[in-house]
Ligand binder design. Sequence first.
Ligand SMILES: C[S@@+](CC[C@H](N)C(=O)[O-])C[C@H]1O[C@@H](n2cnc3c(N)ncnc32)[C@H](O)[C@@H]1O
Length: 258
Amino acid sequence: MTIFRDACHYNNNSSVQTTEADYLIKRLNLDLKYKKLLDVGCGDGKISAAMSAQGAAVYGIDVSEEMIAFARQHFPECRFQHLAAERLAEIRGRFDVITSFNCLHWVKGIDTALAAARNRLKTDGIFFGLIYPRCHDLWDAATWVETLPAYQTGSATFSNPYHFYTRDIFEERLIQAGFAQTMLWQESKQATFASREQFKNYIAGWLPHCAHYQASFIDDWLARYMVLTDQTESETITMAYDIIYFTASCTATDVCSE
Ligand SMILES: C[S@@+](CC[C@H](N)C(=O)[O-])C[C@H]1O[C@@H](n2cnc3c(N)ncnc32)[C@H](O)[C@@H]1O
């Protein structure tokens, strides 16, 4: 799977992800000054850097070497390490704040990763972030395109690395991992893209099919998406999506330990 190898493309085409992370950070309105913060799946590092600008000492980890190299080069004010979320137990020390934006739906060993995150959180710390549940038009379009003759051969070897969680299921996973005081809520949002090209760049930055199938996939996908969302005549494109935000912590009486 080659998604998240082009950090520069991601950096230039992730305004939706950035807007959502900013929205949550502002909404929680936490004082990050002098806080030791771990950003799980930090990607290109720009959200880590934004939290560092608020005074946090940020340590970002990501499974993509390319993302980590980009983050190190562009945001030297943070520390970054190439590490999978499933291996968080290898990190020393505890954090006041652990974040994960736009990432946990990609993590295969989610239970291991969440349990390790919990153990890296200080007793009075907070874990927060966001994931996306299944966005029907978007994924339905991809599934439909895969049935076209041009993609039949490739479909035999395609396995979708994206995990679809509902709000309730993700909350269960957090609780199973030992988190308490969980708060999760889902919002329906829209993002508008000024051109088809801009929208394609955003989608190609993360839709796993685009990394697996031939280059024509994104155009076929867009054509189908426009039909499903009744936007065939439009140059600007509006994407509706749902998003799950979460916060969690240890219980007040609980010491987070391994
Ligand atoms: C959509 S990007 C989000 C990056 C950044 N947090 C943001 O919001 O812009 C998802 C990131 O999760 C990372 N990722 C996927 N699976 C991971 C795993 N198991 N452990 C750590 N990072 C992972 C990817 O490499 C990618 O950089």
